[in-house]
Design a protein around this ligand. Structure first.
Ligand SMILES: [Zn+2]
Ligand SMILES: [Zn+2]
Ligand SMILES: [Zn+2]
Length: 368
């Protein structure tokens, strides 16, 4: 009866909040009731009321799409932590795997369906425990039933609702905020999600970044440099802090170096942009750069201009000496990185290891 590749399921994948506090929820089920808002394929829609006085909810994305990202089919929040995909994936440092163009996405989702069985595509359970602690701190412990409240009454807003207490909608004035600009695809892909960005900005990271003792360091290491952020965008963003000597963007590693002419400019940039750097809707992370290897260890190739030249001797990508544990990064380190892998120093040490197998997708390459 089920068409090939069409989903036909008996029960939805839901978070506790969307399900509501009534353990005996009655659901209506409609086979192939609508198209999934991510992959566009028809899927089984469930509708239910998650508790007295709450609004009716329904599933919005298909089970395959939900399983790929381990999210609820209705609110598209992560099932384990109840957090936006963007928050979870940036803390766990998981890469985006679902292609966004229609053709590639359809192929991807069908393959994933076959390979996944009942698990999610990325093994989030394998993430390092420190990173999980960070997520747990950001998570609400209890289900957040306010999210199930009825929508605001549009007649009330215009001052025209005559239904009073009988009105099933909320009699409140809407508050314009980031939430009203959210979009289900962005939330699913974990990008440009204003709510996630706000959460990431206020995590209990220190609000200041210490200064490296080495006063010769005048460069900043920027991560989260998405493909649409150009060198010029970075210049425009950072020039107010002082004269910039050079900007090096490495898109394949999503990072960049801003080399300031003076230390005081770099310090000012760190002071203003640390935990507060947003370009074209992307949140970028700002850290101090690392000095180039020099001094007593030999391998002294100090000045000599821009390129990485041929200094191939010495440490490999992972063991680049003392600096790597402090989260600093040099251009030389970066250029030795394999493509697509974030550099080891790019994120604080609380993130899971950069072991490619921890992404769970190494055996198949879905990038299009
Ligand atoms: Zn889908
Ligand atoms: Zn939910
Ligand atoms: Zn009303």
């Amino acid at each position: 009866m089920a068409k090939q590749g069409w989903e036909d399921s008996e029960f939805p994948i839901l978070c506790e909040t969307c399900l509501g506090d009534n353990p005996y929820v009655r659901m209506t089920r409609q086979g192939f009731g609508k198209e999934c808002k991510i992959c566009g394929r028809p899927f089984t829609i469930f509708r239910w009321t998650p508790g007295a006085g709450m609004r009716m909810k329904k599933t919005e994305i298909c089970q395959t799409c939900a399983k790929i990202k381990n999210t609820c089919q209705t609110c598209v929040l992560d099932l384990e932590f109840g957090l936006p995909v963007q928050v979870r994936d940036s803390v766990l440092n998981v890469q985006q795997v679902v292609p966004q163009s229609n053709v590639n996405r359809e192929f991807f989702v069908q393959n994933a369906e076959r390979e996944m069985g009942n698990q999610s595509l990325v093994d989030y359970g394998k993430a390092d425990s420190a990173a999980k602690e960070v997520l747990k701190k950001m998570t609400r412990v209890e289900p957040y039933y306010k999210r199930n409240k009825p929508h605001i009454c549009s007649f009330y807003v215009k001052g025209e609702c005559k239904r009073g207490d009988e009105c099933p909608f909320r009699h409140e004035l809407p508050v314009a905020n980031d939430l009203s600009n959210q979009n289900i695809k962005d939330r699913y892909y974990g990008q440009n999600d204003p709510v996630a960005q706000r959460m990431l900005n206020r995590t209990d990271k220190p609000n200041k970044l210490g200064q490296p003792d080495d006063k010769a360091i005048t460069s900043l290491f920027i991560t989260g440099v998405e493909a649409d952020i150009t060198e010029q965008d970075l210049r425009n963003h950072f020039y107010p802090f002082g004269e910039i000597k050079s900007v090096v963007v490495v898109h394949k590693s999503k990072c960049a170096f801003i080399n300031f002419a003076t230390r005081s400019a770099a310090e000012q940039a760190v002071e203003k942009a640390y935990n507060n750097c947003n370009i074209k809707g992307h949140v970028l992370r700002v850290q101090w750069g690392k000095p180039r290897p020099q001094g007593p260890k030999g391998d002294s190739q100090t000045e000599g201009g821009g390129g990485s030249s041929s200094s191939s001797g010495g440490a490999g990508p992972s063991g680049s000496g003392s600096g790597s544990s402090s989260g600093q990064m040099s251009l030389d380190d970066l250029l030795k990185m394999p493509a697509m892998l974030p550099p080891p120093g790019a994120v604080p040490s609380v993130y899971p290891s950069m072991d490619p197998t921890s992404f769970g997708t190494t055996s198949r390459d879905y990038r299009a």
